[in-house]
Design a protein around this ligand. Structure first.
Ligand SMILES: Nc1ncnc2c1ncn2[C@@H]1O[C@H](COP(=O)(O)OP(=O)(O)O)[C@@H](O)[C@H]1O
Ligand SMILES: [Mg+2]
Length: 356
């Protein structure tokens, strides 16, 4: 057990908070960034889906795809941004397009519009693509990344490879052949189907498709290279993954699974943050309180105490199981706090549990 995340962050330029949904990734990322900023670093926290009020507290209400400074008195600097997956993908196209005409052609394309918000624009990929960009710019000492509420934490690790495979796949290569989509490749039957679709929907899908893939053609190498570097960034020794979890059955199982995948993929695992752990009440609480209360109230206090003890025992058992499964990794425990963490004071409290 550690009393501070500090040794896990030593010399790291990139801290990725991963784990299943609802365990406190966003909150942990923000609190870690705050702690580092207080220690003098210039830090940017890249959040994905901050709870509304936390977003407000960080001044993140207006969607901008660039970090902005959080006005709080710290020795270093705290910057925050909320990731907009679609905007990031657009910026990537802008960057890779050889000229303005190609860029506009891609943007205007219905297939691109679908694709950028669905397949290739998956939050997982754009999150690390943005991180890569910020890292390249070199404006910050440390970047702290919150991760998407992944249905599957692995989407995140696999996103660069998936994107690369998509662009190298047979389907896309086929569209890029000089003959395009016309005649030869798609049989007549398909042509009829597209024709009917166009009449019904008013969308010239066939044209859209071929224009899209043609204009994208020249950018494929750029994409592939970007995906490769993003993949390399994840494995960099200056990167560390903190697995955030809660001391309950399902999040613990997912943390064990995710840890194994990290290891198999050769990605740097830093340690565990077990969040929202119930602390056992002081053993003499009922007696101490009962003195001033009538018997009925005293009984209720004692029932609540028993309940909390049971929760604390269950949480402790889950923490033990998790640590045993991971071979006793560095672990920080953050207690269940009274109420949500939705403002800077809440973050500061969270930070005080994460740092010595
Ligand atoms: N230690 C804690 N004690 C009490 N509430 C917490 C704690 N950590 C997080 N929360 C609350 O739990 C909710 C989910 O946290 P969040 O960071 O958004 O999770 P995630 O990003 O993993 O989905 C938020 O409302 C947050 O304020
Ligand atoms: Mg979140």
């Amino acid at each position: 057990m550690l009393t501070s995340v500090e040794p896990l962050l030593e010399g790291r330029r990139m801290v990725i908070c991963a784990g299943s949904g609802g365990v406190g990734k966003t909150t942990t990322a923000a609190a870690v960034a705050l702690g580092l900023a207080e220690r003098g670093a210039k830090v940017a926290v890249v959040t994905i889906d901050p709870a509304r009020r936390l977003a407000n507290a960080l001044g993140l209400d207006e969607l901008s795809n660039e970090p902005h400074r959080v006005e709080i008195p710290v020795q270093g600097e705290l910057w925050a941004m909320m990731l907009d997956a679609k905007r990031t993908f657009d910026q990537l196209i802008e960057h890779l397009a050889p000229d303005e005409r190609t860029r506009d052609e891609v943007f205007a394309n219905r297939i691109y519009q679908q694709l950028s918000s669905a397949v290739a624009g998956s939050q997982e990929f754009t999150a690390i693509a943005k991180l890569y960009e910020l890292d390249q710019d070199g404006d910050f000492d440390v970047l702290v990344l919150d991760t998407p509420p992944a249905r599957n934490a692995l989407d995140f690790l696999e996103a660069p490879g998936r994107l690369t495979r998509f662009f190298q796949g047979r389907a896309i290569r086929m569209f890029l052949r000089p003959a395009g989509l016309s005649g030869r490749i798609l049989g007549r039957g398909t042509g009829v189907v597209f024709g009917v679709l166009q009449r019904v929907t008013g969308v010239d899908l066939l044209r859209d498709l071929s224009v899209f893939f043609r204009s994208l053609g020249g950018m494929i190498d750029g994409f592939t290279e970007r995906a490769r570097r993003v993949g390399a960034l994840l494995e960099d020794p200056a990167t560390t993954f903190l697995i955030v979890t809660a001391p309950r059955h399902d999040p613990v199982e997912e943390a064990i699974f995710f840890h194994r995948k990290l290891r198999d993929a050769g990605m740097p695992f830093g340690g565990l943050v077990v969040n929202r752990v119930h602390q056992p009440p002081p053993a003499d609480l009922p007696e101490a309180v009962a003195e001033g209360l009538g018997p009925a109230l005293a009984e209720r206090v004692s029932a609540a105490t028993r309940e909390l003890s049971a929760l604390a025992a269950r949480d402790a058992a889950n923490v033990r199981r998790l640590r045993a499964a991971l071979g006793d990794p560095p672990t920080i425990v953050v207690p269940e706090l009274d109420g949500d963490v939705h403002d800077v004071e809440g973050l500061a409290l969270m930070r005080s549990h994460l740092f010595e």
